[in-house]
Design a protein around this ligand. Structure first.
Ligand code: C2E
Ligand code: CA
Ligand code: CA
Ligand code: CA
Length: 279
């Protein structure tokens, strides 16, 4: 049905998958949301495939609108990316996640790592390294506890610039993960060129395991490639024991998915961590 009436009715419309013109009102609502503090962070456990102990968390942004409810990141991140708000939101998320990790560590009494998504625009922003330094210094984390997730696309927009930024990140010991690995339009040559530490196998290659022979072959190949290049692998979107077993038996070290933990608010993540630590 076509939305009619006042523009503000569209804000209150629950039809979040509507046509692009709705983004204008969603965009206006986003600026208000920043002022009102409606953005928050969820944390999804990344576990060791063999022991299932939590090793770290991926930070996933959430927008809790008073009437729309939870607006999915797939809906608001692209808007923030196009209007530049992602720089503000991303800087906040990075710092808040680093501070949160400190609290997680106090409970776990061991080192953990935090993985944060960095959008293409954020990565290219002049202030990005200053934002990174501020987050590390303010939280007191070690650079090596921070994993920055970028996509193949982010690297390919301007490879020369990417190389310079990645070198500076490496000086700070922060690690780079390739998010959604294998889904971008890029060659494997970048694995040689850039200092990458982690490959995250996209859920599209995981969801039909273990039945799909093709997906099985792709996962095997990625795990093999990573092993020979000395990279870690995180399998994303693991939902079943059968998928988990397939991946573990092929030497995949890290698992992330609904099977081992959904994205959750910090207090729930703390409880999960306590359980994981004392198990
Ligand atoms: P992503 O970085 O690939 O994050 C993984 C997505 O898969 C998350 O969706 C997570 O909730 C979902 N997921 C995890 N395990 C499972 C599973 O077992 N099954 C299924 N079906 N899904 C699973 P989410 O939280 O909706 O985020 C979507 C995308 O939004 C992210 O994809 C990322 O690209 C972007 N995003 C989220 N938070 C941030 C952020 O703080 N900054 C930036 N730049 N992008 C973000
Ligand atoms: Ca990610
Ligand atoms: Ca991903
Ligand atoms: Ca994805």
């Amino acid at each position: 049905a076509k939305a009619t009436g006042k523009a503000r009715c569209q804000i209150y419309s629950p039809r979040l998958s509507g046509p692009p013109e709705h983004d204008i009102t969603l965009e206006a609502a986003m600026f208000q949301a920043v002022r009102e503090g409606e953005f928050l962070l969820y944390y999804q456990p990344i576990v060791d495939a063999r022991t299932r102990q939590i090793q770290g968390f991926e930070t996933l942004m959430r927008w809790k609108h008073p009437t729309l409810g939870m607006v999915p990141p797939a809906r608001f991140i692209p808007i923030a990316e196009s209007n530049g708000l992602i720089n503000l939101l991303g800087a906040w998320a990075l710092k808040a996640a680093c501070v949160q990790l400190k609290q997680f560590e106090e409970v776990a009494k061991r080192h953990l790592y935090i993985s944060v998504n960095i959008s293409p625009r954020q990565f290219r922003n002049d202030k990005f390294l200053a934002v990174l330094d501020d987050a590390i210094a303010f939280s007191g984390l070690l650079g090596e506890q921070l994993v920055l997730e970028i996509t193949e696309g982010t690297l390919m927009i301007d490879p020369v610039h990417a190389e310079a930024i990645l070198a500076k990140m490496a000086q700070r010991k922060a690690r780079i993960a390739i998010d959604d690995f294998g889904t971008g339009y890029s060659s494997l040559a970048y694995l040689k060129r850039f200092p990458i530490s982690v490959l995250k196998i996209d859920r599209t290659f995981i969801k039909d395991l273990p039945d799909s022979a093709k997906d099985g072959a792709i996962c095997n190949a990625v795990l093999d490639l990573a092993k020979h290049l000395g990279l870690s692998v995180v399998a994303e979107g693991v939902e079943t024991e059968a998928q988990m077993h397939f991946l573990e038996s092929r030497g995949c070290q890290y698992i992330q998915g609904y099977l081992t933990g959904k994205p959750m608010p910090a207090n729930v993540a703390l409880a999960a961590l306590k359980e994981s630590t004392h198990a």
